[in-house]
Design a protein around this ligand. Sequence first.
Ligand code: TIU
Length: 220
Amino acid sequence: MVTVDAEPAPLAIDLATTALVIIDMQRDFLEPGGFGESLGNDVSLLAVAVPPAQALLAAARQAGLLVVHTREGHRPDLSDAPAAKIERGAPSARIGAPGPMGRILIRGEPGHDIVAALAPLPGEPVIDKPGKGAFYATDLAEILTARAIATLIVCGVTTEVCVHTTVREANDRGYRCLVVSDACGSYIPAFHAAGLAMIVAQGGIFGWVSDSGRVVAALA
Ligand code: TIU
């Protein structure tokens, strides 16, 4: 057991039943020419989350935690992409349209890859998800159950979209969620702050929030 300094209160975690879940640190969100930019965002705003996520990933691997990576994306034939999701945005920049990193948000394309700094190691599960939440239409729950995971340390992009949706899903499934603030990022700084505030409000209605320095210190 280790105790992580966090808001709204310190969190005691058993490393044997804790997983690090890194959400969607993909070129499609972090680099120009991908899905994030096609939505009208300044993708450079997410780069700040990479070094803290790298430190967290190294500490988690050193501590022997299960490390799970997720990627948002769709099948090349778009059969798992709802029309309501595809239709949004300019036709030339929609999901499936060609871009400088391949077809936007499509599995197997360069843009769908996780950024090199956070590349998964062989044996680390990579969850391909069609939605914002990592539990929807994936086998994440089965993977966590098989390892008796009870606590999730969560980081990635974007704070208020895929990180938040995943934390909400996980909270309802009974997981303790510890969100690592500086290892998350958003295109909209006010939403990053609000997303984190929502997690810890009301006594920690969705979970706990800490930062990479405090989590790495606890894992060491
Ligand atoms: N648009 C946005 O902020 N996020 C997404 O579409 N997906 C994720 O957060 N991964």
